[in-house]
Design a binder for this molecule. Structure first.
Ligand code: NAD
Ligand code: MG
Length: 392
């Protein structure tokens, strides 16, 4: 029987890789819904090629192009936030959550409430609403399968393991495009340099997060929630080849690692076919060709965003929600050429300090509370951006 799937964020980097995985085994999947932000023409193409039943753009401005692109196909077209949530709530076997940012939270939560299992790429929605998100999933007995490569690796490593036997959970980081750059050079980094990732090909926002190392910090918080891991048991190591994705260290000192090519179709395929393993459209990893695997500690001086995320993780409560929202605002401003690369962690730190001093860092008890705190944090970050522009 084919698996009913929905792709939220079908036109993005993850969405396109998922479409490749599905196209490689078309008989195994029945695509129900595909969604995108505003590019109706591109979404119509994806919907047609996957034989989807319904296509929805979040932004109503994209509906004209979507309708035009779908003319004569028999595929339903929809637009707007409500239509997105409704489409996400259509019960299927698996929903791939691959929208970027906390903007994907409502649709992902709607899918959970309908009892669909989730293949989670959208880490920001988990960082924003951590505990509320995971307890909603437990309440609806929904599986959350991690797409993020490091978490997918941990998921595989943890299979049938006793938590009591494991001392440390380590995520690897490529180090990003500025790994070897001096502080002065990093300060001059342009958006174009920041999105040129050395090992992974990804959307703009996560590429900037990889350049600041905020991505690895978000991933520590992601791992904490996904696998209920204590902050002190989580660790990061820089591994520029991106061949090892995660490691677990047992209490007897033995270390197990997961290795694989740096191609997101691998973890996406793992989730889409789970619990089966099939041959993915991915070239195999030739370790003799890679020849060397190197490791080094992360440098928190040159990459302060990672330190900020680590303290938000230890602090708990709403700190991660604020960190994530302020980071989204700061990255968008950097990509738009409005602030320097080094302003990103500064904006995040200022929003965190302001939220803390206003007593706003209690744990959000629900998705709605998380989104309310997210909105406040965005305003704090915007206010800081405004001050910077006034000074500049
Ligand atoms: P992307 O920018 O390439 O694609 C984002 C998708 O979401 C697009 O389909 C876009 O139309 C849609 N979208 C954007 N804003 C939206 C909004 N406000 N409402 C509705 N839809 C919206 O991003 P990506 O690189 O594919 O990343 C998607 C998610 O997966 C992110 O959370 C990212 O952190 C995570 N992730 C990505 C990779 C990767 O290799 N790209 C790896 C691990 C995790
Ligand atoms: Mg990752």
């Amino acid at each position: 029987m084919s698996r009913r799937v929905t792709l939220l964020g079908a036109t993005g980097s993850i969405g396109t890789s998922a479409a490749d995985v599905i196209a490689a085994a078309p008989d195994l999947f029945d695509v129900h819904v595909v969604t995108a932000r505003s590019n109706g023409a591109k979404l119509a193409e994806v919907a047609r090629s996957l034989g989807a039943r319904r296509a929805v753009v979040a932004d109503e401005a994209g509906l004209g192009d979507l309708r035009e692109g779908l003319a004569g196909s028999g595929i339903d077209a929809g637009a707007g936030a409500e239509a997105m949530e409704e489409a996400a709530a259509e019960p299927v076997d698996l929903v791939l959550s691959a929208i970027v940012g906390a903007a994907g939270l409502r649709a992902t939560a709607a899918a959970i409430r309908s009892g669909s299992d989730i293949a989670l790429a959208n880490k920001e929605c988990l960082i924003c609403a951590g505990s509320a998100f995971m307890s909603l999933a437990r309440q609806h007995k929904v599986q959350v399968l991690p797409v993020d490569s490091e978490h997918n690796a941990l998921y595989q490593l943890l299979d049938k393991r006793e938590a009591a036997d494991i001392r440390t959970y380590t995520l690897t980081a490529s180090g990003g495009p500025f790994r070897t750059w001096s502080v002065d050079r990093i300060a001059q980094a342009t958006p174009q340099q920041a999105v040129a990732h050395p090992t992974w090909s990804m959307g703009a926002k996560i590429s900037v997060d990889s350049a600041t190392l905020m991505n690895k910090g978000l991933e520590l918080i992601e791992a904490h929630h996904l696998f209920s891991l204590a902050p002190d048991s989580l660790d990061v190591i820089v591994h520029p080849q991106s061949v090892v994705h995660a490691l677990i260290t047992f209490r007897d000192g033995s270390i197990h690692a997961e290795l694989g090519p740096a191609d997101m179709r691998r973890p996406i395929g793992y989730c889409l076919h789970w619990p089966d393993r099939v041959r993915e459209p991915v070239s195999s990893l030739d370790l003799a060709e890679v020849a060397q695997l190197t490791f080094e500690p992360p440098d928190l001086e040159r990459f302060p965003a990672l330190g900020l995320a680590m303290s938000a993780l230890r602090k708990g409560g709403g700190a991660a929600t604020v960190l994530n929202a302020a980071n989204e605002v700061a990255v968008e401003a950097f990509l738009a050429g409005k602030v320097a690369f080094t302003a990103i962690p500064q904006i995040v730190e200022i929003a965190l300090t302001a939220a803390d001093s206003e007593g706003l860092l209690a744990t959000p008890a629900s998705i709605d509370e998380a989104l309310a705190l997210d909105a406040v944090a965005r305003r704090l970050a915007q206010a800081d951006l405004k001050r910077r522009r006034a000074v500049a």
